[in-house]
Design a binder for this molecule. Sequence first.
Ligand code: 1GP
Length: 248
Amino acid sequence: MQREQTLFSNNQKQLALLIDPDKATHKLLDDLISHANQSQVDIILVGGSLLLNGNLENCIKYLKNTTDIPIVIFPGNSMQVSPLADAMLFLSLISGRNAEFLIGHHIIAAPAIKHSGISCIPTGYMLVGAHGTSVQYMSNSHPIPANKPDIAVATAMAGEMLGMKLIYMDAGSGAPNPISAEMIENVKSTIDIPLVIGGGIRNANHAKIAFEAGADCIVIGTVAEFNPQIVVEISEMKQIINRTLIKN
Ligand code: 1GP
């Protein structure tokens, strides 16, 4: 059954499951997909900062055969383009000052993206907080300090003014702490485009805090690799919050 939905809408809270093709054995993929299919996962993000094994296309093919959930590429670099996905995030690392991640990789990837016909979602990507994450190292950029919501607000505003269709604030994969409710609230109150929050979300309570602070979509990755059942628990939390939103 095809799930009718809009990618990254800000009407209903959404849950995205991040799959890193480098870590995705068939057993892990089967486990994750069976849990995602039995819950309300809205989006599967596929990508990673490194992708050492060239597994992106195989991973997307496998997913397309096992689920109807839309597959969206979350690229770590300009090589990560595939027409097999339903869409891709066209990320600009607006928290950083590394020109390659603001415009350089985009120029390299643009012809392949155009040729593939894949739909692109211009995304203001903001790294927040933790030093020592893979994405921070690979992008050679400084994250926004976790205790500086005013910088996050101004950065997200600028992203929206530049025409981004989405803001993705990320504490980085496996971050020790998720982004604070205070920062999410501050950013959400100043932008009109959907806000995606990821990095370090490890349980349903973390998800609840992020949703209630204003996240339109949350991303879970690392925790699900170790405990696929958490996908069901976090999805149930999302549904509870969505039911509350409908009532109000
Ligand atoms: C990382 O936001 C994603 O880019 C997911 O983070 O792996 O910590 O869930 P986790």
